[in-house]
Every structure is written in C-alpha cells, then in structure tokens.
Ligand binder design. Structure first.
Ligand code: 0A1
Ligand code: ZN
Length: 866
C-alpha cells in the first residue's frame, strides 16, 4: 500500500480471523493510584489464571509506561525473569494461577492524546476505550478479559476534593500532608476499556431514580461549580432514559450510584464507563442562552446512548474490536428510538437519514469503506465510524422491521439472558433474534460482511384490465476496497401504492423482502393507476432509483401518507432540479417552488416536518449524486434555486416567519418546531435579496432570548455581505468569549459560510488567539467544519487542501485520534476533476511522507491513496 512514499514503516495489520481466546484471564485486579498531574504512581495487583492447556507466558500490554517494579505473589522479580517485548511485559509463569503486581509511573499532564489518564482543565480523568488502559498500567488490554476492580485513589485534597471511580465508594478518609483517599469497588466484572476514574474540584447536580423493582439509584452530574445551572436538561434526560429502558427493553439499572462527569477536552462525544460516564462537556451543558435546540436534542441523545450502554455494551460486551457494532449499532438504534419517542418520530427519522447520508454513504462509497463488522484494521480508533455506528444501527432497525416489535423484543430478551456477563459477537446477536422468533436471517447476515451501499431500481407496470400492478426490483452493489464481487442482499422495503387520481392508498402497506438480484412483486386488485411509494420510513439503507418524473415526485410530496416518503420525494425533486442545472440542462424551478408552497400552506402538517421538508439538500449531498463533483456549479445552481424559492414565495416566508415569532423560550416539541421554521424562513427571505433581510436577521439576532434564534440569525448574516454581518460576529464574540462551547459555534458559523472568501477567513481564524489545536472541540469547530464546506474546501486553487493537510500534520503530533478523523475529505479525490484530484492526492502524499506519523493518520492517508 504505497509504502514507498511513506516515511513511516507500515504498522502491523490486525485481522479478524486471527482472533484467539486469551491465554490468561484476570478475574480480579486491585489498583492503587497516587495521583499527581506531573507524576502519578500506579500499582496494580492482578490475579491471573491460565486459560486452557498451553505453555504461553503472561503477556501484558503497556504503552508509554515507566516500569519500576514487578512482583509475583508479593515477591519482587529480578529483571531477567520478566522481559519487555515491543512495549509488552512478558512474565513466564509455571503455575496455573499467580498474583502479579506492577508499579509504574505516568505523566497525566503531558498526555495530549487524551487516551489513558490525562488532565483537562485541572481535572484528572481517564479514557480507556479502545486501548487506553495500557497507558495506565500493564494489562491484557482486550475486551474479552473481564475482571472485578477494586480501586484505591489518593490525591491532594485541596486540588482534587472529589475522587470517583466505577462502582460504589466503600471507604474514604484523610491522609497526611493535605492528601485524602477513597476506595471504590465495582462488583460487576468488566473489560478494562470500561475502567474510569476522575479526581477534581467538581460540584454535583444530584437527583435519584427509583427502578422498576423499587431500588433507589443516586444520580449525580459532576461539573465545575459555575456550570451547575446548565446540568438540568442532562439530568432530566438521564431519568427519562432509565425509565425508557425499563419500559421498552425491560432493562433495569444494576448499581446504587450513577455518576456523570463533564470535561472540556475529549476526543469523542462521551464514554460509557461502568457507572461513571465521562462526557465531552458539549453533550452535558445547556441552557437557553448558550445551547441551541439541536444541542439540547443531541445532549438527550448522547446521555441516553451512554446510559443504554449499561446493558448493550457493559453487561454484554464485545469479544473483540471487530465486533464493535454489536454494542454501537444496537445502542445507536436504542438512542434513536428513544429520541423518536420524545417528539415527532418522522422528523427524528429524517434526522437519522440525513446523518447517514451525510457521513456514512460517502464513507461507504470511498477508499475508507469497510463492512459493519470489519475484517482488519491498523488502528482501531479509526473504526469508530459512521459505518459501525449509523449503518450498524440501520442493520438493527432492519431486523426490528422484519421481526416486528414483539419478535424483536423476544430476540433482545434472549440475547441479554444468554450473554449477560459475557463478551459476545455480532453473530450471537443475530442468532438470538433467529432463535427467539424462528426467523431465517442467513442472507441478512451479509449486511455485516459486505461493504458499500446497495442500489435498488424499481419499475412499476400496471395492467388496468387485470387490475394488477407488477413491481420489478433490481439490486446492485458497487465494488468496494477488498470486495470486488458482491452477493445479493436481503433488503426490507416497506411499500405502498397510492391512487394517481384519488391520492389515497390503494393497497395496505406491505413489507417487500428483496432477496434476489431481480425480483417481481405482484399487487392484485389495483384498478386505479398506481403511484409507487417505496422504502417508506427508510426501512433499508439503500439508494433507491424509482425513475419518477417531476410530476410524480411533486404528487408524492403532497400526498404520500408516509411522512418520510413525502420528505424524500421533495428532496429528490430538489436534487434533480439542481443537477439539471449543473449538467447544463434547462432547470425548471417551478415544480419545486409549487411543492414548497403547498407544504408551507398545508395547515395539517407538523411545523417541525414542514421546516425539514422545505430545506434544500446540502451541496455535498448533491455532489454525492454525481460521478464527478463540480463544487462551484453545484453552489451556483443551489443558490439560484434558493433565490427563486425566496423571491417567488417571499410573502409565504414572511407569513411563516411572522407566525413563528413572538414566543418566549420554551423547550417543547411545538416551540422547537416554530424556532426551526422561523430561521428557515429567515434564510429564504435573505435569499430573496429583500432589502430589509439583514435588518430582520440582525433584529432576530439582537432580540433573541435563546441561542437557537441567535445562532440561526448569525448563520444567515454570516453567509451574506451586509454590514450587519461583521457587527453580529463581533457582538457574538464579545458576549461569549468566555463560554468555550459557544465560541466553538462562532468558529463553525464562519467555517461553514457560503461566502467567496470563506477559505481565506478560515486561514485567518486559525491564527486567532482563541484558536487551539489542543482542544478537540475547537479543532473540529474550525478545521473539521471547514472540511465539510464543500465549495470552500474545494476551492480550485487547492488552498483548502493545503490548509487541511497542514492542520492534520500539526494535530497528529499532539493527538493522533482527532487528527485522523479530519482526513476523510481529502480521500474523496477520485470524485473530483483531474486538477483538484491531483492536488488532493499530493496533499495525502505529503502527509504520508511526514516523519513520525501516527498509526492513526498513516492508516487513513495510505488507504485514501490506494
Ligand atoms: N463508546 C463511546 C465512544 C468512544 C470511543 C472511543 C473513545 O476514545 C477516545 C471515546 C468514546 C460511545 O459510543 O459513546
Ligand atoms: Zn456508543
């Protein structure tokens, strides 16, 4: 794989088929932490037990540890007895059981990777998934080694008054020289990736929850004192999640405490450590002044996600990291279902599909495509992907669709009962679904193994005389890296026929299982000319081509009784209109304008749905539909349609704007819907070119009593050229310069702007005193957002590519995980014209040639070039 260009020797590849059970088990571990940000001493006492009949030594993973001492059964071992092999501690043991102890030194303050034990804003905290525990102590760092943990923590009391770890605090006390200590024990055996501790000056929002069997659980959300007022929403979400998991899955919480800690420096969203979830503060802290409705929703979703992991992830964990989707796909499906139950299910589904299409479909169509259950990896952190998470969730959803609510629940009950306390596989999940229901999911299993997005074409023929309609379906799947040949998949498609004249359903919705490469489906008693409504509610994660003309799409956008299908028809109509213009065909805007007008005028529709349905597809989504993306032409065509929609429907937008204004802030589905519609309408009024648009937006910006309206208005202004733009950005900056999460929005709004000078503005912002690559949120807010701005990033000069590559390299030296996640936009070079493609490749080659590259970035860059 292009090793010649790499200054880094290719790191080893780990293969799924090489899985072997562990040689040694560790049923118990006692950890003793002398905490200090500069130098922390960790002593670990492991009870080790030989697993099976073999003569292998004990091998313990370690990374960056300073080893001070090794003991066996309490006696220090001379260095010749043990050895270090590639960072691993190897200890030959003649007995079947032994107690092995190590003492190591680590430096949390210098840990910029944010893996293992690190310092964030004066708080000491841990992140162990996937392989961070080895940066804390020597241990078999793999998820199929489950241990009971006893943890003693000792720290300076003034700097770290709060000491937390997994399980229950069973003792605590004061030590000498201003130090204090606490002992925590977790009765549930767990893999080391779920270990956590936190020491810091924290305050708690405390509450409690009574479980279905009547046990009281003490809940606490720990943050800096000043942030306590921003924790109410997360606490409410936690209690809702606990009740929801009991009601929908029959799952009860299993300890007497549940703690959440928010930290400012975190590589991902949050982490489900047993009874001690650690969160990126952006997924905990919210109030109306600083967080948007989207932030509030994301917080509820992530709090639920991490809580749900207690069963789907912790009680039943993964055998190896190739099985990651076992816990992640299932848990995303669970958090999506929870979120759908909080408001409009249709709008929630639209959001799920938007995310899937924005992140997963491009991944599946590019050089980093991999199956939901990958076959190999270099660095597992690179596989926390939209494919493993979001496509994985779609697989679970399809099983739910196929088996029905009741069958699926029987399957999940059996899965939890069978595998409680175990490290399981994706196969075990599917097997439980089959065994509980008698269903045959043999072909369905291909979804775990084959990468790529299936494409389904649908043709409907109608024989009026015989009152019969025949639906001909065909499926194909493009080749993906390492998989040139594909077998047909089992694709569940909820399908209905609507009367062309009556607009009403002609036959009951039916679940069509497409299993062949080509298949006919017959519908009888269809006298009226039918219109096809297929993949309703997006039952299958496929690209659908039903060859519908604009009139049919417009018809469905007004009449389909499935809200998702209605949204989908509108989106398709919009995409085709834009693509017509990009391809130089005369683009007729009239059908889109008429469809949007009707949707806006339909008083029966939920306003939240209306706000989503009238939005144009993103520039990158349009690009994804084209063989070769022309970012500039897409931008121009989309803007022309936006302008036309704005001006032709100006009165309608103004009416919608007025009707959704004037309410005091309230966090409810109805109020959220109005706020969303309000800013969408404002965007269209601005697009119309109306003279007063900037004034209107500035008025909204200034008078808003909540961040949704304020950021919405700022976004509209930031895209334009009115003098109010600079004023609003300055006011926003000065008002929120001490609120890190809001300042992130200030960077993002500018990096997302559709202006001609966005790339230059981003380069300048990277020099801003508040920009830092050390904080992952800030790095993503500017550099990550810029990579997602199709037109600005793909500026023909290539300056966007050079900028991104520079920052990937800078960030790699500090935090490889976060750096590697910025890379995918560069990997899309095959989809761009020769000029852009060559420059993108050159940047990837420059990255690969850099000395001292991490495994993380090496893997992404080398695969992107292959
Ligand atoms: N299991 C977490 C995601 C996660 C993965 C790796 C991390 O390391 C930096 C952190 C979090 C989840 O699904 O929420
Ligand atoms: Zn998760």
């Amino acid at each position: 794989m292009l090793d010649m260009q790499s200054a880094t020797p290719p790191p080893p590849i780990i293969h799924r088929e090489d899985y072997r059970p562990p040689d040694w088990l560790v049923p118990d571990i006692a950890l003793d932490f002398r905490l200090d940000p500069g130098k922390t001493l960790v002593s670990a006492r492991l009870k080790v037990v030989r697993n099976g009949d073999h003569a292998e030594p004990l091998r313990l993973d370690g990374e960056g540890l300073k080893l001070i001492e090794v003991k066996r059964d309490g006696v220090a071992l001379e260095s010749g007895v043990w050895r270090l092999e590639d960072d691993r501690l190897v200890v030959p043991i003649d007995a079947d059981e032994a107690e092995i102890s190590t003492l190591v030194e680590i430096e949390p303050e210098k840990n910029s990777q944010l893996m293992g034990l690190y310092a964030s804003g004066g708080i000491l905290c841990t992140q162990c998934e996937a392989q961070g525990f080895r940066r804390i102590t020597f241990f078999p760092d793999r998820p199929d080694v489950l241990s009971r943990y006893s943890v003693l923590m000792e720290a300076d009391q003034a700097s770290y008054p709060v000491l937390l770890a997994n399980g229950d605090c069973i003792e605590s006390g004061e030590g000498v020289e201003g130090r204090h200590w606490a002992r925590w024990e977790d009765p549930w055996p767990k893999p080391c990736y779920l270990f956590a501790l936190v020491a810091g000056d924290l305050a708690a929002n405390r509450d409690s929850f009574v479980t279905m069997s009547g046990k009281t659980v003490d809940l606490a959300i720990w943050v800096r004192e000043a942030d306590i007022p921003k924790t109410g929403h997360a606490m409410a979400a936690l209690k809702d999640s606990m009740a929801w998991d009991e009601r929908v899955y029959g799952r009860e919480y299993d300890l007497s405490q549940f703690n959440i800690v928010a930290v400012s420096d975190f590589n991902f969203g949050a982490m489900e450590n047993k009874s001690l979830n650690i969160f990126n503060s952006r997924y905990i802290l919210a109030d109306a002044e600083t967080a948007t409705d989207m932030d509030f929703d994301a917080i509820a979703g992530v709090v639920a996600h991490e809580y749900f992991h207690n069963w789907s992830g912790n009680r039943v964990t993964c055998r190896d990291w190739f099985q990651l989707s076992l816990k992640e796909g299932f848990t995303v499906f669970r958090d999506q279902s929870f979120s759908a139950d909080q408001g409009s299910a249709a709008v929630a589904r639209i959001g799920d599909v938007r995310t899937l299409r924005a992140a997963q479909f491009p991944e599946d169509a590019g050089p980093l495509a991999h199956p939901v259950r990958p076959e190999s990896y270099i660095e597992i952190s690179n596989f926390y992907t939209a494919t493993v998470y979001n496509k994985g969730a779609e697989l679970i959803r399809m099983m739910h669709t196929i088996l029905g609510e009741e069958g699926f629940r029987k399957g999940s009950d059996l899965y939890f009962e069978r595998h409680d306390g175990e490290a399981a596989t994706c196969e075990a999940f599917v097997q439980a679904m089959e065994d509980a229901t008698g269903a045959d999911l043999a072909q369905f299993r291909l979804w775990y193994a084959q990468s790529g997005t299936p494409k389904v074409t649908a043709k409907l023929a109608h024989d009026a005389g015989a009152a019969r309609a025949v639906l001909t379906l065909e499926q194909t799947m493009p080749p993906t890296p390492g998989q040139s040949e594909k077998q047909p998949m089992a694709i569940p498609l909820k399908t209905a026929l609507l009367g062309k004249e009556s607009g009403t359903p002609l036959a009951r919705e039916r679940l069509v299982m497409l299993t062949e490469a080509r298949q006919d489906v017959v519908f009888d008693d269809v006298a009226e000319t039918p219109i096809l409504s297929i993949n309703r509610n997006f039952t299958a994660p496929v690209v659908m081509d039903a060859e519908k003309d604009p009139a049919t799409l417009a018809f469905l956008s007004a009449h389909d009784d499935d809200p998702f299908a209605r949204y989908e028809a509108m989106q398709q109509l919009m995409v085709e209109t834009i693509i017509d213009a990009v391809s130089g065909r005369a683009a007729d805007h009239a059908p889109v304008i008429e469809a949007v007008r009707k949707t806006l005028a339909d008083a029966d529709l939920d306003k939240a749905f209306v706000a989503e349905a009238v939005l144009l597809p993103s520039e990158s989504f349009v690009g994804d539909q084209m063989l070769i993306v022309d970012p500039e032409a897409i931008h121009q065509a989309r803007e022309a349609l936006r302008r036309d929609l704005g001006s032709r429907l100006e009165a309608d937008w103004r009416a919608a704007y007025a009707a959704s204004s004037g309410n005091a802030f309230e966090y409810s589905p109805a109020a959220k819907a109005l706020r969303r519609l309000r800013t969408v309408a404002l965007g269209y009024i601005a697009a119309s070119g109306a003279d007063d648009a900037a004034k209107l937006a500035f008025g909204q910006f200034e008078s808003a009593d909540n961040m949704t309206d304020r950021q919405g208005a700022l976004g509209v202004l930031a895209n334009g050229g009115a003098p109010e733009r600079v004023a609003a950005l300055d006011i926003f900056y000065n008002r929120y310069r001490d609120e890190a999460l809001v300042l992130d929005k200030w960077f993002t709004v500018q990096a997302f702007a559709t202006r001609d000078d966005t790339a230059a503005a981003v380069e300048e912002l990277a020099q801003h005193p508040d920009f830092t690559i050390e904080n992952p949120n800030r790095l993503r807010a500017l550099v990550g957002a810029f990579g997602a701005n199709q037109r600005a990033f793909h500026l023909a000069s290539g300056r966007g590519y050079a900028f991104l590559a520079d920052y990937i390299l800078k960030a790699d030296a500090i935090n490889p995980q976060t750096a590697a996640r910025l890379l995918p936009p560069l990997g899309r070079w095959r989809r761009f014209d020769e000029g852009r493609g060559t420059m993108m490749r050159a940047e990837l080659e420059r990255i690969l040639a850099a000395p001292g590259l991490s495994k993380d970035v090496y893997e992404q860059a080398s695969k992107s070039l292959a």
